[in-house]
Design a protein around this ligand. Structure first.
Ligand SMILES: [Zn+2]
Ligand SMILES: [Zn+2]
Ligand SMILES: [Zn+2]
Length: 148
C-alpha cells in the first residue's frame, strides 16, 4: 500500500464514522430523546441526555457490563463503559438539522465544517497530490513527510 492510498482510506473511515457505523444500541433512542442544550453544559453543541449506569451497577466478576441488554459488551473500568455508551449512542446533535449524531463535541465540530461551502474550509492545497489543509503548517508538514 502506498502512502497516498493511506490518505484515501483515512477519508473513507471518516465518512463511515459520520454515517453512524455499527449500531447495537438503537432501541435506546426512544428513551433518551431529552435534549440537553449545549450552553447549559458549557458545550458548543446540543446533546441527547444519555443514561449511564452507576459505578456499582452491572459490575460482575470484575467487569463493567454495558447496560443495554442487547449489547453484551463488558469493560475493565467504569470509565471505559461510559466511553463505550457515548461512542455507540452518539449524543451530540448536528445544529444544522441534517440528523447527524456524533460521539464527541470535537467530532461534531469537524462534521459542521462539511456544512460550510467548499472554499471556506480547505485553504492550503498540495499541488502534487491535491490534499488540502486548513492550516499552512499542516501542508508544510505533509510536504516534508512526502518529500515533495
Ligand atoms: Zn453497549
Ligand atoms: Zn450536519
Ligand atoms: Zn502532497
Amino acid at each position: 500500500m502506498t502512502a497516498e492510498v493511506g490518505f484515501y482510506l483515512a477519508d473513507t473511515v471518516d465518512e463511515q464514522d459520520q454515517d453512524g457505523g455499527a449500531f447495537t444500541h438503537s432501541f435506546c433512542f426512544d428513551n433518551s430523546l431529552e435534549v440537553v442544550e449545549g450552553k447549559t453544559i458549557n458545550k458548543k453543541y446540543d446533546e441527547v441526555r444519555l443514561c449511564y449506569p452507576d459505578k456499582t451497577e452491572l459490575y460482575v466478576d470484575g467487569k463493567y457490563l454495558c447496560n443495554r441488554e442487547s449489547c453484551g459488551e463488558s469493560f475493565d473500568t467504569h470509565r471505559d463503559r461510559n466511553k463505550h455508551i457515548r461512542e455507540v449512542e452518539k449524543p451530540v446533535l448536528c445544529p444544522h438539522g441534517c440528523g447527524t449524531r456524533m460521539a464527541y463535541q470535537g467530532y461534531m465540530k469537524k462534521h459542521c465544517d462539511s456544512h460550510k461551502p467548499e472554499g471556506s474550509r480547505q485553504k492550503f492545497t498540495c499541488l502534487v497530490c491535491r490534499r488540502s489543509y486548513m492550516r499552512l503548517e499542516k501542508l508544510t508538514k505533509h510536504k516534508n513527510k512526502k518529500g515533495h
